[in-house]
Design a protein around this ligand. Sequence first.
Ligand code: NAD
Ligand code: WQD
Length: 338
Amino acid sequence: MNVLVTGGAGYIGTHVAVELSNAGHGVVLLDSLANSHAEAVRRVERVTGREVAFHTADCTDPVAVDRVFTKHTVDAVVHCAGLKAVGESTEQPVRYYRTNLNAVLTLCEVMHAHGVGAMVFSSSATVYGDPETVPITEDMPLAVANPYGATKLFAEQVLADTTAATSGWSVIALRYFNPIGAHPSGLIGEDPHGVPNNLFPYISQVAAGKRDKLSVFGDDYDTPDGTGVRDYLHIVDLARAHVAAVEHLADASGYRAYNIGTGTGVSVLESIRAFERASGRRVPYEVTARRPGDIATCYADPSAAERDLGWRAELSVEQACADAWRWQSANPNGFAGG
Ligand code: NAD
Ligand code: WQD
């Protein structure tokens, strides 16, 4: 299949492009470079050994998106493009709603105009808000926790309604839990701008000596060691879920959502220890106040994805730490280092 990956220069999009290409699919990447570098695309080419078609374009611009669909045969879209920082979304809600919702609306219209009805959408476990029980199954209540989460929930609704209204459409929303790590080649990985928001990029920068210490946001949660528990999955496993979903689209119709996680919860303190083992470096930390909006525990029941898509996570948190450390050590300045 020929697959258009929006947000294809980003953390998830680059890894998806590599796994799609490894599985024999053609890939076309589209990205505004709002939160990424063109160098990331060159790295995808190095990892795969193949040239990759890349378009610098904004997903909210119908003319630019239409141009890409006119130039290439597109059988399916993996829609990763969007803004993703939860804190920023509470400060700039209009920018988040405009970007993330206009992107999905524009894509739906352009896909419709070109007779393309297959999409895999980057959703998030954030759509469950603060779940009443864990592990989380797809039928549990959905809740808006912040503007970013709302954009994911609304985008899912747009896609479910569009799929119901359009014969032949097939859309899968993948609700990612916490992707971590990097490609084992050390050539692509997460490249946060400024101070990392997420745990593993922060730990990685502390291990590298770029930051003094990690703040552990609270150790008084109702969890085994008091720190937050999450379902961290290796980025390569996550990318492979997209390959499974894209291949499933061909024989399916309608709209479905799947949890993409390991099914296992890991605490902040366990994460620090795993990274220390993988890197051989110390990760100094201090316990600080809880971060507003954080929840105690969140992990997936990923059995629906295994049943329907034949996908499950295979790689460990230790492997993800080792790969993150390889990426961090080889690219101390991320893609900007060249
Ligand atoms: P990322 O920022 O690395 O990648 C997103 C890419 O989209 C970037 O390259 C950015 O330049 C591009 N982009 C932003 N606005 C755009 C626009 N209007 N038009 C075209 N391109 C645009 O983030 P990521 O971690 O790779 O996330 C990819 C998707 O997965 C996002 O939709 C995000 O919300 C979702 N997601 C991420 C996580 C996570 O923890 N990383 C978890 C759940 C869901
Ligand atoms: C993990 C744990 C923190 C940083 C976020 C988004 C979610 C999704 C994934 C996109 C928590 C603790 C963190 C730090 C810490 N993104 N922590 N010190 O909050 O589960 O999910 O990213 O969809 O929507 O909300 O991930 O990596 O920020 O935090 O102690 O410096 O690490 O409190 O327990 P989170 P995270």
